[in-house]
Design a protein around this ligand. Structure first.
Ligand code: UTP
Length: 290
């Protein structure tokens, strides 16, 4: 049973400057809810009970978001605002949430190294703190189900256009079913002619403890960063690795255009905004056609 998750949220977020100069990108809200709250909710909805968030410099607001705020609670009590009072309390009670600070932003692989002591000798889920999944069955739950079946590392993947493979980690392997592949290779940002497929790694993983010695042996790559993909390639020498095509949609909030699209999509799904917001969008489109 997978009960622990790690959420790396220590990155510098250079693609979202200047907003990320003094605030974590993981706290950027989609309408009214910080990105990382969607991520924690996905973990909880997948049966995870214990979450380790990897934070760093300038990320205190993430800790505050999942902590009690007695002053705010007292004010909401005075106002007899039971709905928000319950919601604010729920946030500090979603799971056992722990924090550890990554000292230097040396990449996703380096961030995962900080989880070694916490996860011990068990497989664990990893959910990128800047990536929201919109799905009927939580994507982490989908990966856990595949882990239960195959008992190895499971990587969430999704199809990307063939001309965009050079922006992602790409996997290659043999199909075991419509949604599952057994991998024989992984490569970070391959050139179009070297990509083994158009299946891109999508920000969710089930990792086994084998990842830690592999990370320790992985040299720093581009920009001095330790790539998780390179370490998983080392794990592949010792264990089987699987990719699971996710059922759902991935939203990378660290990318400004994706952030805008996600905001619009989520607003159109909210009862209180859907009607007036769609009307506004239609007016905007008409205006821009002129
Ligand atoms: P990204 O690959 O988006 O990197 O991280 P980044 O540095 O945060 O952002 P850009 O590219 O400069 O805009 C994916 C996830 O891994 C975390 C990030 O916080 C994000 O949730 N991460 C990344 C770390 O925890 N530590 C790192 O050193 C790098």
């Amino acid at each position: 049973m997978i009960k622990k998750a790690v959420i790396p949220a220590a990155g510098l977020g250079t693609r979202f400057l200047p907003a990320t100069k003094a605030m974590p990108k993981e706290m950027l809200p989609i309408i009214d809810t910080p990105t990382i709250q969607y991520v924690v909710q996905e973990a909880v909805d997948s049966g995870i009970e214990d979450i380790l968030i990897i934070t760093g410099k300038g990320k205190r607001s993430i800790e505050d978001h999942f902590d009690r705020n007695f002053e705010l609670e007292a004010r909401l009590e005075e106002k007899e605002d039971a709905i928000w009072l319950n919601e604010i309390r729920r946030l500090s009670d979603m799971a056992n949430i722990h924090f550890v600070r990554q000292k230097e932003q040396n990449g996703l692989g380096d961030a995962i190294c900080y989880a070694r002591h916490h996860v011990g000798n068990e497989p664990f889920a990893v959910l990128l703190g800047d990536t929201i999944m919109d799905s009927v069955i939580p994507v982490t739950q989908q990966l856990i189900d595949t882990y239960e079946q195959y008992r190895g590392t499971v990587i969430a993947v999704e199809e990307v256009p063939a001309d965009k493979v050079n922006r992602y980690g790409i996997v290659g392997g043999k199909a075991l079913s419509d949604s599952i592949l057994e991998l024989n290779t992984l490569i970070e940002k391959p050139s179009i002619d070297k990509a083994p497929s158009n299946l891109a790694i999508a920000g969710r993983y089930i990792l086994t403890p084998e990842i830690f010695p592999a990370l320790a042996q992985t040299p720093k790559g581009k920009n001095g960063e330790v790539q998780l993909t390179d370490a998983m390639l080392l794990v592949l020498k010792r264990e089987a690795l699987f990719a699971h095509r996710i059922e759902g949609k991935r939203h990378d909030i660290g990318n400004k255009l994706d952030f805008l699209k996600t905001t619009v999509e989520f607003a159109l799904k909210r009862k209180e905004f859907a009607g007036p917001f769609l009307k506004f969008l239609e007016e905007m489109i008409e205006e821009h056609k002129k």
